[in-house]
Write a protein that binds this ligand. Structure first.
Ligand code: MD3
Ligand code: FE
Length: 202
C-alpha cells in the first residue's frame, strides 16, 4: 500500500538526550505537584479517558462531560496552570519558525493499557500554527492518517526523546496512539509514557 506522510510532518528521533529527558520528567514532576493529573471525561460518551492529563502554560486543554475547551484554570483545583518551562520554549524556537510562543503544553500520561483513538486536533483558533510533541518513557505505536477519517493510515513507533513537528497539512490530519509497550524505558519511575504537546491556541 502506498503510504505517504502528509506535508509538514517532521520526525526528529532522539532529539533529547537522556539527561535532557530526565530534566523534562523533573519539570513534569514539579508541575503536577501544583496541577495534579486528572482523568478527563469524553463529552460524547461520558466515559473517562484511559490517559490522564495536566498542562503547563497560560491555557490548558481540558475535557469534561460538558465539552472540550482551553481554560486558564485547572478543572479540579481551579488554580492557574504552572508556567511554561523555558526548556519547552527553547524547543519551540529550535524546531518551528512560528512567531508566537505556544500558550499551552498538554501533559498526557499513558499507562500500559492506555490508548488514544483516532482524532484531529480542532479546539484551537490558531488553526495553522504548528504543533510540537515530545515523547518520554515507554515506546508507543503511533498512527498517522490523512485529512479524512477513512484516509489510509500508517503506524510507527515513537521512543523516549523523540520529537514530532506537525505543520501545514499534517497539522490537520487524523492521528492516535494504538498501544504502549510497557517496560521499554526506565525514564519514568512509575512507568508508562508521558507526551508533551505544545500548541498555540489563539
Ligand atoms: C498529528 N497526543 O494530545 S502527540 C493529543 O502521543 C495527541 O499523546 C498524542 O494527539 C500523544 O491531541 C499524539 C503527536 C501529535 C499531536 C498533534 C497532532 C500528532 C499530531 C496533530 C495533527 C497531526
Ligand atoms: Fe491529537
Amino acid at each position: 500500500m502506498k503510504n505517504c506522510l502528509p506535508h509538514g510532518f517532521h520526525y526528529l528521533p532522539g532529539y533529547f538526550s537522556r539527561q535532557q529527558q530526565e530534566k523534562l520528567v523533573e519539570l513534569v514532576r514539579a508541575g503536577i505537584k501544583k496541577a495534579p493529573f486528572y482523568q478527563p471525561i469524553m463529552p460524547k460518551t461520558g466515559q473517562p479517558t484511559s490517559v490522564i492529563m495536566s498542562n503547563f502554560g497560560e491555557l490548558g486543554w481540558v475535557s469534561e462531560k460538558s465539552g472540550y475547551r482551553y481554560d486558564s484554570l485547572h478543572p479540579k483545583t481551579a488554580k492557574p496552570w504552572p508556567k511554561m518551562p523555558q526548556e519547552l520554549l527553547d524547543l519551540w524556537r529550535d524546531v518551528t519558525t512560528w512567531p508566537q510562543n505556544p500558550q499551552s503544553c498538554l501533559i498526557n500520561w499513558y499507562r500500559e493499557k492506555s490508548r488514544l483513538g483516532l482524532h484531529i486536533d480542532a479546539s484551537e483558533q490558531a488553526k495553522n500554527a504548528p504543533i510540537v510533541s515530545v515523547s518520554l518513557g515507554d515506546q508507543a505505536l503511533y498512527r498517522m492518517g490523512g485529512l479524512e477519517r477513512n484516509s489510509p493510515t500508517g503506524s510507527f513507533k515513537l521512543s523516549s526523546g523523540d520529537v514530532l513537528v506537525l505543520a501545514d497539512t499534517a497539522r490537520h490530519c487524523y492521528h492516535g496512539v494504538d498501544r504502549i509497550y510497557g517496560g521499554t524505558s526506565t525514564l519514568i519511575p512509575k512507568g508508562g509514557r508521558i507526551n508533551l504537546t505544545l500548541r498555540v491556541v489563539r
